[in-house]
Design a binder for this molecule. Sequence first.
Ligand code: ZN
Length: 269
Amino acid sequence: MQLTIDGLVLRNQSVGQNRLLTLLTAQHGVLSAYVNQGGTMRSKLSASTEVLCYSRFVLFKGRSGYVVDKGDSNRIFFGLRQDWDKLCLASYFAQLASELCPFDEPAPEPLRLLLNTLHFLEKGSRDMRLLKALFELRLLTLTGFMPDLVGCRCCSAYEKPEMLFFPAEGDLCCAQCAGETSAAGGVKLSPGVLAAMRHIIYSDPEKLFSFTLGEDSLNALYQVSEQYLLTQVEKSFSALELYHSCRIPQPWEPANTDKARTEDEPKQT
Ligand SMILES: [Zn+2]
């Protein structure tokens, strides 16, 4: 059986004499395909099989899975390979997608999200902290880890001066309802950060990237989204650790919890 399919290469690893590609595709979600290491075939395919390359593949289904017959790169994201921080972050996105996206089930939205995020990361027109938080929260939303940010879990209030987000439960509680005892584990969210999280989770794909945040809210969003992800997924990600270790430490790290509470409403751009 032959299959022609567009896929973003998430991973390219050695398996014995061959290479195994992990692709993200719209029709089949995460898909694995072998590249036979024959002389000319390997060099003909090399550009299209690089990690973070979006390519059109012709695959054959053999006894032990798909084998790549042809590959033509559509989009190489060359700019990501020129910048170490961007490359580390993009590699983290790829690792996250390979862990969270479904195998052999349609995944058009996760693919679109990843391609758009890589586009903005390459272009440099969005803050990297914003792109990281946006990708994490939206991908979690698309893959079965959607938090409930509609309102307080007790009184249903949509907005209160102080709202707490619970990464383990993935929901909200206002400070009044939480009281002192049940506030443990809750992360205080400013109205700006909560509005940004709601935008990332509930907005239409067309509007997803169209917002900006002030510095303090951005830093708080960056931290709460990573905390939510790691709590929910219960895994560590080598690419995330690499991203943390290679990045130049930011002046705002570790978080200044007082500063992170100031108000910044997300602005539509
Ligand atoms: Zn409440």
